[in-house]
Write a protein that binds this ligand. Structure first.
Ligand code: C2E
Ligand code: MG
Ligand code: MG
Ligand code: MG
Length: 284
């Protein structure tokens, strides 16, 4: 075998490598079980109007508590779900859960806000994606396409968009289903501005790394202002991610940023906590 013949250093035996492989195989099988037994949960983070602070929507964020590992962040397990080919199945569950949650709120007499779910580029690569989502939406005619409530998606611009034209076509399919589209983590990916104009998106989310720098460097301030101007020139809404302080919020309001999200206005929280928030905001 080639590895045996070669003397290059990375072929030397490394005992920690075996342990790493074993750990990652264990994680994969735990995620297979989690998918079968529906061990996932959704938390919801408010999106608010920058000036009025009114609730304008929610973002669904997947949560997983593994019996052995405890809470595992989505940044760790979502890439593994993609690797082992389960992201489609879990992604469909996320959509179903978000719509079912809105229906529950509606039945409680509450006004459910629209919910945005995160979609990975891997999911968009499937030609069946829009049709699958379309089938789920058919089970929720009282939610999606009716007012209030409905489904939006957030997709991260990334180098993984190896076929940008196909991605844009798939997003256009979702658009025809009346799904709103936001480009997530904007400014961190590698897509060109020309490409951006071909995407049928209605919103840009400014990555929280720029918001963190807002009061620190003039460069971050320039980037944020530029993204806001760009979005508005393209008739898109702008949402700032990771807003943690009143000073940041004040600067974003001054810059004309439409919406914001972050620990300042609400952490991602379970449905019951959002329910309490909806009851409070409905009181006249
Ligand atoms: P994202 O979509 O950009 O979500 C925002 C992340 O920032 C969330 O992390 C959220 O908890 C965190 N965050 C929100 N406000 C603040 C803040 O003020 N300060 C700081 N430091 N962080 C804040 P989370 O929940 O760990 O999710 C990480 C990423 O995992 C998400 O980034 C998204 O790309 C992905 N993800 C989450 N749920 C799903 C899902 O259902 N499907 C897919 N495919 N990806 C998901
Ligand atoms: Mg997101
Ligand atoms: Mg993201
Ligand atoms: Mg983001």
């Amino acid at each position: 075998l080639r590895a045996k013949e070669s003397n290059r250093p990375y072929h030397f035996y490394d005992p920690s490598l075996n342990a790493q492989v074993a750990r990652s195989l264990e994680l994969q099988s735990a995620l297979r079980r989690a998918t079968d037994c529906q061990e996932f949960e959704l938390h919801y983070q408010p999106k608010v109007d920058t000036r009025t602070r009114a609730l304008v929507g929610l973002e669904a964020l997947i949560r997983w508590t593994d019996p052995q590992r405890g809470i595992v962040p989505p940044g760790v397990f979502v890439p593994v779900l993609e690797e082992i080919g389960l992201i489609g199945q879990v992604g469909e569950w996320v959509v179903r859960r978000a719509l079912a949650q809105q229906r529950e709120w509606l039945r409680m007499g509450l006004v459910p806000p629209r919910i945005a779910v995160n979609v990975s580029v891997r999911q968009l690569q499937s030609p069946e994606f829009a049709a699958e989502i379309g089938r789920v939406l058919q089970d929720f005619p009282d939610i999606h396409g009716a007012s209030p409530g409905g489904l939006d998606i957030e997709v991260t611009e990334s180098v993984a968009m190896d076929d940008p034209a196909a991605c844009a076509r798939r997003l256009a399919d979702l658009r025809r289903l009346a799904i709103g589209i936001a480009i997530d983590d904007f400014g961190t990916g590698h897509s060109s501005l020309a490409y951006l104009t071909t995407l049928p998106a209605q919103a840009l989310k400014i990555d929280r790394s720029f918001i963190a720098g807002l009061l620190v460097t003039s460069e971050a301030r320039t980037i944020v202002q530029t993204i806001i101007s760009l979005a508005h020139a393209l008739r898109m809404q702008v949402i700032a991610e990771g807003v943690e302080s009143e000073d940041q919020a004040a600067m974003l309001a001054e810059m004309g940023c439409d919406q914001m999200q972050g620990y300042l206005c609400g952490r991602p929280q379970p449905a019951t906590a959002i329910e309490a928030l909806l009851r409070r905001t409905e009181r006249p």
